[in-house]
Design a protein around this ligand. Structure first.
Ligand code: ADP
Ligand code: MG
Length: 250
């Protein structure tokens, strides 16, 4: 992947972000900068705070201290700021969350109509163009239950892209899929990465990480232990904790 110049401004910036669930501190003064066009893969053991970290970027979770800034707008109680940030940040989860009673086309068109006030004809046109991009235009008039898990996840990606986010967050997008469907979803995310989309992707698919990531973030116990380019991360990890983690999964 091409080198992203360090001159490119940070589009996502977390500074000293902490988050507690009750007495349990799940994010411990996390600092993270993601530059426009950067592809970041986040890995780490279960419970280390990966989901909480990315959910704090679009306010699905509220951080307790520190600051989160997206494209120059700081996340605060200000609902206008929250709305502005959510407009720029797309998210794809492990579960696809498609509306079962709507067709694939409607699933992709409706958020544009409801959230953006786009006219139906235009919304459907855009939905079709993104369904083509994820290679399932022929499924447009089916319902989610008629599609495989891999196809549904590609619809979820298309639905999110229809809102033209500047940053995409993925939280283990292939973890709920049967093994034979993982590749078709990763391939779509790889194409998106190659198109220059800024993305933060939590995943255990380290082959994918090697292929697309500009940097890999390793989290453990609420902290970012290491952020390195993949070639360094895999061959010369900075900490003993990273080495142990890689030893377990490689
Ligand atoms: P990961 O995604 O790395 O597996 P999470 O961010 O989901 O980790 O969780 C980090 C920690 O926060 C875990 O100990 C988890 O049990 C806890 N946690 C996550 N969500 C909640 C919640 N809504 N209420 C209480 N504890 C939570
Ligand atoms: Mg998680």
């Amino acid at each position: 992947m091409s080198d992203r110049s360090s001159q490119t401004p940070a589009i996502v910036q977390l500074s000293g972000v902490s988050k507690w669930f009750g007495a349990h501190q799940v994010l411990k003064e996390v600092d993270l900068q993601v530059r426009t066009g950067e592809r970041v893969v986040v890995c780490g053991p279960s419970g280390s705070g990966k989901s909480t970290l990315i959910r704090c970027i679009n306010r699905l979770e509220k951080h307790d201290s520190g600051s989160v800034t997206v494209d120059g707008v700081e996340l605060s109680e200000n609902t206008r700021n929250i709305a502005a940030i959510r407009r720029e940040v797309g998210m794809v989860f492990q579960s696809f969350n498609l509306f079962p009673h709507l067709t694939i086309l409607e699933n992709c068109a409706l958020p544009q109509i409801r959230v953006r006030g786009v006219k139906r004809a235009l919304a459907e046109e855009k939905a079709m163009s993104y369904l083509k991009r994820v290679h399932i235009p022929e499924q447009a008039h089916k319902y989610p239950s008629q599609l495989s898990g891999g196809q549904q996840q590609r619809v979820a990606i298309a639905r999110s892209l229809c809102l033209e986010p500047k940053v995409m967050l993925f939280d283990e997008p292939t973890s709920a899929l049967d093994p034979e469907m993982i590749k078709e979803v990763l391939d779509v995310i790889i194409e998106l990465a190659q198109s220059g989309m800024t993305m933060i992707c939590v995943t255990h698919e380290l082959g994918f990480a090697k292929k697309v990531a500009d940097s890999i973030v390793f989290m453990d116990d609420g902290s970012i232990v290491e952020k390195s380019p993949p070639e360094e991360f895999f061959t010369n990890p900075k900490t003993q904790r990273t080495r142990e983690f890689l030893g377990q999964i490689l």
